[in-house]
Design a protein around this ligand. Structure first.
Ligand code: PNS
Length: 165
């Protein structure tokens, strides 16, 4: 490849997405035009108990990202950097909502760099209006029948209602 030539840039947007929120979708909408290919990579977080199965989370994400032609959704198990390498991705994309996210994200990014120095973590900011939104609070509110409209896609609202009814 000649010097300065553009290599197609694939980014991996990893997470547990349990469930996907409008904050995640906002980040996908911001990242999709920047990268040639964006893989939303759904996996388990060893520190969390998940409400939705991996298959359910993948299905939901597929249905809500359908309109983005360069976005794919994949489930994976194992190390994130291995998955990134297998998919020829040199970028890991993560969202930072507030300063409180930074410490955890910095630790993960540095550890991923230690394991695979060729892969860069890129941080993006979701819309300010989603800065307080988290999958954890969404689940808690839904379990208590108090989830306001507009925080998650309609399909997630329905799936949550079904889980907690
Ligand atoms: O949405 P989350 O739960 O904050 O995402 C965390 C996730 C899934 C990105 C992280 O737990 C992860 O990368 N898991 C895959 C296993 C791995 O590579 N662990 C080492 C992280 S330094």
């Amino acid at each position: 490849m000649p010097p300065g030539a553009h290599k197609p840039a694939t980014a991996i947007y990893p997470g547990s997405f349990d469930p996907v929120t409008n904050g995640h979708l906002d980040l996908i909408a911001r990242a999709a035009p920047i990268f040639d290919r964006l893989i939303v990579a759904v996996t388990k977080n060893a520190e969390k108990q998940h409400l939705f199965t991996l298959q359910e989370r993948v299905e939901i994400l597929e249905s809500v990202t359908f309109e983005f032609k360069n976005v794919e959704v994949k489930g994976f198990e194992g190390l994130l950097v291995d998955f990134a390498r297998e998919n020829s991705a040199r970028v890991i994309l993560r969202g930072i909502r507030a300063v409180s996210d930074y410490e955890y994200e910095l630790q993960m990014a540095m550890m991923n760099r230690k394991v695979e120095p060729e892969i860069e973590t890129v941080f993006m900011l979701p819309a300010l209006s989603y800065s307080y939104l988290s999958s954890r609070l969404v689940k808690e509110l839904a379990s208590l029948n108090g989830l306001p409209k507009g925080l998650v896609p309609d399909i997630v609202q329905e799936r949550l209602r079904a889980k907690f009814s």
